[in-house]
Ligand binder design. Structure first.
Ligand code: ZN
Length: 171
């Protein structure tokens, strides 16, 4: 399921609203900051993000992206632009319990997406919000954070990944 590419959302109806609500609930229950539809067994292009205020503030406590309301529901999101500057950050994923590792990504991205009414929006973001959106949009394309880790790190995680694959086979 996690390897499947998401289908473009075309119907902005009550079913989509319900799915978004379910995804936000699932994300909160798991104490996550992001969730893509594939992670709950759906192949639709929708993901949700909720960065706590502390995770979106500078050292003085000022919000970095004050205009972005959380939780964020992104329908048909795509990365329109990304910075050349990159950095490494220790990422985790709700679909890979107990596994974290450094992932290199662009510092800043511009993401185009639609809201639950089908209206187009653009967010330019860096830091945790920018990174989380990239991680979730990757999910929608069937790309996982372990794919973006170094070969050395993947080899080091080999046993854990194999055990997880065995445990979740057929799910
Ligand atoms: Zn993930």
């Amino acid at each position: 399921m996690l390897r499947q590419r998401a289908r473009v959302v075309e119907q902005f109806d009550n079913e989509l609203r319900q799915l978004a609500r379910d995804m936000v609930d699932t994300m909160h229950e798991a104490d996550g900051i992001g969730l893509a539809a594939q992670q709950i067994g759906k192949t639709l292009s929708i993901c949700v993000v909720d960065i706590p205020e502390k995770g979106d503030s500078d050292e003085e406590g000022n919000r970095l992206h004050p205009d972005v309301e959380m939780p964020l529901v992104l329908i048909n999101p795509r990365v329109a632009d990304s910075s050349e500057e990159t950095s490494s950050y220790e990422e985790g994923c709700l679909s890979f319990p107990d596994i974290t590792g450094p992932v290199i990504r662009p510092d800043d991205v511009t993401v185009n997406y639609q809201d639950l009414d089908g209206n187009e929006h653009t967010i330019s973001a860096g830091f945790l919000l920018g990174r989380c959106m990239q991680h979730e949009i990757d999910h929608l394309n069937g790309v996982l954070f372990i794919d973006r880790m170094s070969h050395v790190k993947r080899v080091a995680l080999g046993g854990k990944l194999k055990r997880l694959k065995k445990k979740t086979a057929g799910k």
